[in-house]
Design a binder for this molecule. Structure first.
Ligand code: NI
Length: 135
């Protein structure tokens, strides 16, 4: 039996959407207010879902304490109260859209979760706008 277990997490972060290789006019045209040079913030919410077999010994798919600790180290400690463009190396040359953020989070967690398990990340940039990635 494969079962999905999920944990919610949260971080606050600032970002600016722009491409260094585009003119200011083109960045304004494409990214609008999200291209504000002084940055703006979001209250990001995420759902991390791990799907795998129930371990007959423990009855767990994964110890939720382990999942909580992984999310803290790889996501919260790395992104919370940070400026994604300036403070987070993954976004030095990668536009920190919700789409790119969810892929970065997926890749960080994927490397730390057993290969037998499936992983899906859903990232809310606002209560109404959210993206998902499962590899
Ligand atoms: Ni934004």
């Amino acid at each position: 039996m494969r079962v999905t277990v999920s944990r919610k997490a949260h971080f606050n972060a600032a970002h600016r959407l722009y491409r260094k290789d585009w003119s200011d006019a083109k960045n304004d045209e494409v990214f609008g207010l999200c291209n504000n040079p002084n940055f703006h913030g979001h209250n990001y919410e995420l759902i991390v879902s791990v799907t795998g077999e129930i371990d007959p010994q423990t009855g767990y798919v994964m110890d939720m304490k382990d999942l909580k600790d992984l999310i803290k180290i790889e996501v919260e400690d790395a992104f919370d109260h940070k400026n994604l463009n300036l403070d987070v190396p993954e976004f030095e040359d990668l536009n920190p859209t919700a789409e790119n953020i969810v892929v970065v989070i997926f890749n960080k967690l994927r490397a730390r979760i057993h290969a037998d398990m499936d992983l899906e990340i859903t990232l809310y940039e606002t209560p109404r706008n959210f993206v998902s990635y499962s590899g």
